[in-house]
Design a protein around this ligand. Structure first.
Ligand code: PGA
Length: 259
């Protein structure tokens, strides 16, 4: 399966920056097949980015950085999956910045996943520990594991198992987010493998096998090859480098070259 490369533009680009980025990605990505690229601009710019990508490429899609679980109602400042369903194919859910800044808990995150699935928007569920507490070598620290697995299981426990094939899980250790703080690829692979085992225990082998796992945290054009070699890592959620056109395109090119 092609790797999924998600660019989370966060609140970095202005409207004009976003249009410029979308236009340059569209041109460059025309020749880069064998990868699925997802762009997540600030929600206010989604329509303009969509227009800038006119006649969109079949392997390039848009994502929302967040959604609200109810369809319509008195929710000032929020945008629902129902409202976004014709604009985006994906939605990021439970990003650590929202968990921290908006005090988002596992219960609402689970409802957001349900809302996405209801409207055929593919959720990208973010999970990961806050502190860097790696044990010897790439050993996973128990506290880090417990924190992450709680996010993982509680977000998914009420989701019908036959929907797991429409969900991506982004393992993003919070301490690795930013620039040049990436987690070692052995560590990421051990973490993903442990999450898959946990999913077998909680949800069964088929559901576990259906989930797709990507990694996020300081992914760049210079370190991505380390992760791309590992089949357990099925793509990236990229922040900083997603708004640097040359670097992001280079990551997509490297991901497309992996078979
Ligand atoms: P980063 O961000 O690539 O800048 O580490 C990743 C994220 O926050 O999703």
């Amino acid at each position: 399966m092609n790797k999924l490369i998600v660019g989370n533009w966060k609140m970095y680009p202005t409207l004009s920056d976003s249009v410029v980025l979308a236009t340059s990605f569209k041109t460059a990505l025309e020749d880069i097949k064998g990868v699925e690229v997802v762009l997540a601009p600030p929600s206010a710019w989604l329509i303009s980015v969509k227009e800038a990508m006119k006649h969109p490429l079949t392997h390039v899609h848009l994502a929302a950085q967040n959604i609200w679980p109810d369809d319509q109602g008195a929710f000032t400042g929020e945008v629902s999956a129902y409202f976004l369903k014709d604009l985006v194919k994906y939605a990021i859910v439970g990003h650590s910045e929202r968990r921290r800044n908006n005090k988002e808990g596992n219960e609402i995150i689970s409802k957001k996943i349900e809302a996405c699935l209801k409207w055929n928007v593919t959720p990208i569920l973010c999970v990961g520990e806050k502190e860097k507490t790696i044990g010897e070598g790439s050993k996973i620290n128990q506290e880090a594991w417990e924190e992450t697995v709680e996010q993982f299981v509680s977000a998914l426990h009420s989701i019908p198992k036959d929907k797991f094939g429409s969900i991506f899980v982004a393992y993003e250790p919070v301490w690795a987010i930013g620039y040049n703080k990436q987690a070692d690829s052995d560590y990421v692979v051990s973490f993903i493998s442990k999450l898959k085992e946990k999913a077998i225990e909680e949800f069964g082998a088929k559901a576990s096998n259906d989930l797709r796992f990507i990694y996020g945290g300081s992914v760049s054009d210079t370190n991505c090859s380390d992760y791309l070699r590992r089949p357990e890592i099925e793509g990236f959620l990229i922040g900083t480098m997603s708004v640097r056109a040359k670097e992001f395109i280079d990551i997509c090119r490297q991901a497309a070259a992996i078979k």
